[in-house]
Ligand binder design. Sequence first.
Ligand code: DSN
Length: 414
Amino acid sequence: MFSLNDVDPEISRALEREKKRQKETINLIASENYASSAVLEAQGSFLTNKYAEGYPGRRYYGGCENMDTIETLAVERAKDIFHAGHANVQPHSGAQANMAAYYTLLSYGDTVMGMTLAHGGHLTHGAGVSFSGKSYNFIHYGVNRETERIDYAGMEKLAKEHQPKLIVAGASSYPRIIDFERIRYIADLVGAKVMVDIAHIAGMVSVGLHPSPVPYADIVTSTTHKTLRGPRGGFVLCRKEYAAALDSAVFPMMQGGPLMHAIAGKAVAFHEAVQPAFTEYQKRVLDNAQTLAAELKHSGLRLVSGGTDNHLVLVDLTSTGVTGLEAEEALGRVNIVVNRNSIPFELRSARITSGIRLGTPAVSSRGFGKEEMKFIADTIVKVISNHGNADFEERARQDVLKVCSRFPVPGIDI
Ligand code: DSN
């Protein structure tokens, strides 16, 4: 058997460099994680060879008996974890999961409400540059200027004014618990349906550390690779009454052949998510976010909404004079990977921004705890206050490398 390096040394070298990067950096990207060796083995397997258009027991290709086993396990595990009536595990990504949900519930041009990207929403929740904003008439709600928490009263007012067919909840940079019961109440006032995108919080929802939207939502969408720590991909949960419409929205309306190697990885991740160690992991994600938030605040940085209830912290850098872009680049030079992020009521462009988003899912998978979170907060504060000081940055980078060397990366080292 030829190795990747024999066949394609250029790609092989890029993989080796990426492995080194993942081992030697502290990853605070809130939407990233490290999949386990078992997930990687399933996803990197020869299952990629197989076409399986259709669903278990009703495929359009021969030879699908093992695909049926794998997809059925993934579906049943997803339903069990989230107590859902129906699950579809075929969406290739979170964006596809959201598209499938819209196809299930809406017609082109319908009025929909979603959280604005500018306050922590997501591109596929109606941004003008996304298919969602182009296909539907999105009205956006946001956060209250004072509390920086979702403005539910404003949402209710908008719903009464615009009579949406659907209200979309969920976010990609919102550090607080979302009140799904209240959103259902508002939707019922105007006869709207509810879709909740739990891509970021799925891991915590799966173990009961964040309220579940399933009792309140018509459709729930998610990715599998963020706090859920599975392979890169998406899935959708819905009430039984939407099962047939959802399945035909995914295939044949939106996608062709399912990525069976990814679905096998999802099944493995769902299996891992019901092990006791996964609950402990999610607790660590939350504890680490609390420590990070407290330490950053203690050092004088302002956090959007004053703190966090989940896995992420949104830091407003305005008072430091350093932009989000500058902070992202400076932290990158000391091997701490973050993303710049707009803050609510942002004055800078989305390319520059005044904020950075910090998440604890990846470092918690690596085993970081309180001491490491204090080290990270201290390093972030110093990198920002010594912005552009190359000597300081090199010393800080050496310290980061020492910490990284003590913590193996799941899927790579263990
Ligand atoms: N890219 C994801 C995130 O970082 O939150 C959203 O698609």
